[in-house]
Design a protein around this ligand. Structure first.
Ligand SMILES: Cc1cc2nc3c(=O)[nH]c(=O)nc-3n(C[C@H](O)[C@H](O)[C@H](O)COP(=O)(O)OP(=O)(O)OC[C@H]3O[C@@H](n4cnc5c(N)ncnc54)[C@H](O)[C@@H]3O)c2cc1C
Length: 284
């Protein structure tokens, strides 16, 4: 508990008291995941914009407090909101603006708190002819959070990292960079070309915590005339299914990402699944 310590009072000055929590129930709840966790959340910070994120980072640096960023914190199955080690949680849910929807070029630029549901409703309400990729996770998951976790959806744009660019990143010392052509002022290509010039930086920021993403561009696709999902159920070993589907994928007949949720079919996995079930509920 950091009550009365200077970093908390400085964060409160930066964000307002209402947006910094050291309430023990809130902190404990933030450490809850779908498996037992050992790390402690020492404070929860809820900045509203990039400038506030930068202030949080600079204060954390001065007091040498690790920060763990989350966008919506619904990383269920992979740690939820729980940091990998003791840290203050930087909850980016208040940065939830859809900055630009470009109908002609097929992209949307958004902030980390924007959810799948929010973008879907925005596309529908604006009468867009564009489609977003979507995951099988909650509609209230973050599009940026999922992309940074290298998540996947179920359309031809299902590999999310491959369909995102122009990251705005707050670095560990608090300075801000933009990736790709975004670093050139008013670049027309910033939102449609991933590479820019020179080394490509985007990959550094997925599954890394090397920077805090405060904005990203995600590509959209023209709504297809037809979309068909296939669900197969089988007791056969999953390797056989993968081998059977591979030629369809390689020939371009199947264009989407596939999902194999039947862990019980993977040799050796059944026992793991059972063992995990046995420890739940760990909070009881
Ligand atoms: C039933 C079920 C179905 C699921 N289906 C899918 C699926 O189809 N596809 C899939 O990919 N996942 C799936 N998931 C897993 C998970 O729920 C999603 O990946 C979800 O999108 C992750 O949570 P989030 O979007 O809230 O991201 P967050 O929890 O906010 O972020 C995930 C991680 O990324 C990093 N991060 C987040 N935001 C930032 C930032 N702004 N800057 C720097 N680092 C950041 C952090 O390390 C964070 O822990 C499923 C889970 C369940 C329970």
């Amino acid at each position: 508990m950091l009550s009365g310590t200077t970093e908390v009072s400085e964060w409160r000055d930066a964000l307002g008291t209402a947006h910094v929590s050291i309430n023990s129930d809130d902190l404990r709840q933030s450490g809850v995941a779908t498996f037992p966790t050992a790390s402690t959340v020492t404070a929860i910070l809820k900045p509203a914009n990039r400038a506030e994120v930068q202030r949080c980072v600079r204060i954390a640096n001065r007091f040498r407090v690790p920060l763990y960023p989350i966008s919506t914190g619904r990383n269920w199955g992979y740690g939820s909101r729980s940091p990998v080690r003791d840290a203050a949680l930087l909850d980016l849910g208040r940065l939830n603006r859809i900055i630009e929807l470009n109908e002609e070029l097929g992209y949307v630029t958004l902030e980390p708190g924007v959810t799948q549901r929010q973008l879907h409703e925005h596309l529908r309400e604006s009468g867009s002819r564009l489609w977003m990729d979507a995951t099988g996770a909650s509609p209230d998951c973050s599009i940026i959070g999922n992309t940074l976790e290298r998540g996947f959806g179920h359309t031809p744009m299902g590999d999310h990292c491959s369909h995102a660019c122009a990251l705005e990143v707050v670095l560990p010392m608090g300075e801000c960079i933009e990736t790709g052509f975004g670093r050139f002022p008013d670049s027309a290509a910033a939102h449609v070309s991933r590479w820019g010039t020179g080394p490509s930086l985007d990959g550094l920021f997925s599954q890394s915590n090397f920077g805090i993403i405060t904005r990203m561009t995600v590509w959209l696709m023209p709504a297809p005339e037809h979309h068909c999902a296939f669900f197969l159920q089988t007791d056969r070993p999953i390797g056989e299914i993968i081998d059977a589907i591979r030629p369809l994928r390689m020939s371009g007949t199947a264009t989407t990402t596939r999902c194999f949720p039947a862990a019980g079919n993977i040799p050796g996995r059944k026992r793991t699944a059972k063992r995990r079930c046995r420890v739940r509920p760990w909070l009881a």
